[in-house]
Design a binder for this molecule. Structure first.
Ligand code: BGC
Length: 539
């Protein structure tokens, strides 16, 4: 496998609980994922990001790990992981799994040993105090009052940035780092192509004993560790911090390989809310350029709330007003607990445009299961769970997700309103060549063919129409991508001399061949056009 595969890749994010239930017990499983890898490959994706499948009491969707080296029985066993990896390899799909080491579950053996005995070597695996220090804000302020909880058995307070059932690991302890090495070595040996580093910014802070600036050694250490064992292995880091710190997370290309870019993500939504490309364009020019051996990862919606903390208060309010007018659509005083499709009122043209916009951005795009068909949310479920509903495969019972009795399902599929699985599902969209699924698949496959994006240099182009996002990607050849964020037709002018001979590669409809001087290009409302220089097409 090539070490730089991630430069030109599309990652498909899968929640094993909700993707496909193979054994009919009501919960998705690894065999179910394996069974549907053909679908993912058919869509054009080249990698999957598999969310937690480790042993866990499941109070935080498996991010509360109680044994990092075991598969939770609900998902199957280790042989199922091997089987999944073999099938993925056969299809040419890389597999990225989660490295959740900011905290463990309270049920983890390490914590059980630690709380039992002050002198146990496990005591120092966690963070303890005799008095709580309330200077740190909990990550879920509406759920937890403090990051410290008294533990009767331990006779001390333990720290937990997230939930009280997720005690924080002490990453400044070399023994904890050794444990993490064992975890990484184990899964790398089985054949994974890297890790999504959960809560990476908090890891750094703890590795630096409260001072992030002193904690980056941990990322360098992890990167060395993984790439010495498997040169193609990547670290995809969750880094929701101000963009001026991004450069620290990249280092000289020796820290994170891929950085989940919340800054661009927030400005993407501001641009959508305003039907004006400039906030997004500006965010791209303001963010640091990644070093040669690293890249940004971009996405629209993930499994969490749409956290809008990278916007100013007014901007955040603007996006909230546009996409989450009802307070019930919001979470944790900072975000939106909705999927993209309902935010855009299920408008397939606008949704296709939104996908075209994601795939036009520099970096590695990630698409979460169900986005390709425009799945909805279930606001009757609490907090982030609203966006975690089963994949809608067909209009058969339980959306084709599971053959268990509906009452036994981990989560019931959406079966009311315009996003019900009865009408909105993979099968129904497979039958229509103008469906969102068809359009998204075309975009993903075309995008993989446009190596300029992954390997070249990206530069916004001024086309003089605020609603149009325009960007060129230059490598040996050039691609120009235009996306109209508004619903009115527009015509843009291209003045760049070297962009005079363009042909469409992919567009929302048939457009006349661009011509004239300057070059004039029409875009329908919510239209998009990806073009390449003519002589480079078959040259
Ligand atoms: C995950 C969340 C999870 C949290 C705690 C985040 O990175 O995306 O879903 O609740 O980590 O592990």
């Amino acid at each position: 496998m090539r070490p730089f595969w991630y430069r030109n890749a599309v990652i498909y994010q899968i929640d094993p609980t909700l993707f496909r239930d193979h054994d009919g017990d009501g919960c998705g499983d690894l065999r179910g994922v394996t069974e549907r890898l053909d679908y993912v490959r058919g869509l054009g994706a080249t990698a999957i990001w598999l969310m937690p499948f480790y042993r866990s009491p499941f109070e935080d969707a498996g991010y509360d790990v109680s044994d990092h080296l075991q598969v939770d029985p609900r998902f199957g066993d280790l042989a199922d992981v091997v089987n999944l990896l073999e099938k993925a390899e056969e299809l040419g799909l890389h597999v990225i799994i989660e490295l959740v080491v900011q905290h463990t579950s309270i049920e983890h053996r390490w914590f059980q040993e630690a709380r039992r005995d002050r002198h146990s070597p496990f005591r120092d695996y966690y963070l303890w105090a005799d008095e709580p220090d309330d200077s740190i804000e909990p990550i879920f302020p509406t759920i937890e009052d403090s990051v410290w909880t008294w533990d009767e058995e331990a006779g001390q307070y333990y720290r937990h940035l997230f939930y009280k059932h997720e005690p924080d690991l002490n990453l400044a302890n070399p023994r904890v780092v050794e444990e993490i090495e064992r975890i990484m070595a184990f899964w790398l040996r089985l054949g994974v192509s890297g890790f999504r580093v959960d809560a990476a910014s908090h890891l750094i802070e703890q590795a630096g004993e409260g001072d992030s600036a002193k904690g980056y050694w941990l990322l360098e250490h992890f990167r060395d560790f993984v790439s010495l064992r498997r040169p193609e292995a990547v670290l995809l880091g969750e880094v929701d911090v101000e963009p001026e710190h991004y450069a620290d997370y990249f280092g000289d290309g020796d820290r994170l390989t891929l950085l989940l870019n919340f800054w661009a993500n927030n400005h993407y939504f501001l641009a959508l809310a305003r039907s004006d490309a400039s906030p997004l364009t500006r965010s791209l020019t303001e963010q640091p350029t990644p070093p040669r051996r690293a890249q940004y990862a971009t996405w629209i919606r993930n499994h969490d709330e749409l956290d809008l903390e990278r916007l100013t208060e007014e901007e955040r309010e603007e996006v909230m007003q546009a996409f989450a007018p009802d307070p019930d659509m919001r979470a944790y005083n900072r975000g939106i607990r909705r999927r993209l499709a309902p935010m855009l009122e299920g408008d397939e043209h606008r949704l296709a445009m939104a996908h075209a916009l994601l795939f036009s951005l520099p970096g590695t795009p990630i698409i979460r299961y169900g986005e390709e068909i425009g799945m909805g949310e279930d606001l009757s479920r609490p907090e982030r769970l609203a966006v975690r509903t089963p994949m809608q495969w067909s209009n058969e019972v339980n959306a084709g997700f599971s053959c268990a009795e509906t009452a036994r399902l981990v989560v019931e599929p959406i079966d009311e309103g315009p996003f019900s699985y009865r009408t909105l599902n993979v099968y129904a969209q497979t039958l229509r060549d103008d469906s969102l699924l068809a359009k998204t698949g075309n975009m993903i496959r075309s995008r993989i063919g446009l190596r300029e994006i992954g390997e070249g240099k990206a530069c916004p182009v001024d086309v003089g129409v605020p609603s149009v996002f325009a960007i060129r990607h230059d490598a040996d050849s050039t691609v120009l991508m235009l996306v109209n964020l508004a619903d009115e037709e527009v015509t843009v002018e291209i003045h760049d001399k070297d962009l005079e001979q363009l042909v469409d590669i992919l567009a929302d409809s048939d457009y006349e061949q661009p011509e004239g001087h300057p070059l004039r290009l029409r875009l329908s409302g919510y239209g998009y056009r990806w073009l390449r220089c003519k002589q480079q097409l078959f040259g």
